[in-house]
Write a protein that binds this ligand. Structure first.
Ligand code: FEO
Length: 171
């Protein structure tokens, strides 16, 4: 693998791990305000992000590259409101999409078709991740702090199933 591609993917491993910690921190925040459904949703999201990191990790190993596990920045621990945390989650996903696109551009410029192919999975995944987070943000805005609606959403989000172990790892 070209060094520039290796560096870009290692940077992305770090970002996916940060994403995982960010969502785990959001999960802890929601748990602290007794929104256990939101907390569960975020905990599952944190696990998915770690799978994303591992997908890059295993790809690097397969290609003879060395994954670098560097320091991960500390995520925020508190948010002003349930909607604010989800707004941050949505905003973060838009950043991730930009980073994935940057990786695609680097892979393409180096004619690294295998990396570009791997990244296509992430391009598609980001469409879903952004849409899901935005839908929840919009619903929370509609709820306008109405506790009944927020509790209904909490019950709904609490039904999120754990992603199958293979999702993100082999698909
Ligand atoms: Fe791994 Fe939510 O992007």
């Amino acid at each position: 693998m070209k060094q520039v591609v290796l560096d870009a993917l290692n940077k992305q491993i770090n970002r996916e791990m940060y994403s995982s910690n960010l969502y785990l921190s959001m999960s802890a925040y929601y748990a602290s305000i007794n929104l256990s459904g939101f907390a569960k949703w975020m905990e599952i999201q944190a696990a998915e992000e770690m799978m994303h990191a591992m997908k890059f990790y295993h790809f690097l190993l397969q290609r003879g590259g060395k994954p670098i596990i560097g320091a991960i920045a500390e995520p925020p621990a508190v948010w002003d409101s349930p909607v604010k945390a989800f707004e941050d989650a949505y905003h973060h996903e838009t950043l991730v999409t930009g980073w994935i696109y940057d990786c695609v551009a680097i892979a393409r410029s180096e004619n690294d078709y295998a990396t570009e192919n791997l990244l296509q999975w992430f391009v598609n995944e980001q469409v879903e991740e952004e849409a899901t987070a935005l839908e929840i943000v919009e619903k929370l805005k509609l709820a306008n702090n109405n506790p009944q609606i927020i509790l209904m959403m909490d019950a709904q989000l609490g039904q999120r199933a754990t992603a199958p172990v293979s999702a993100g790892a082999t698909t």
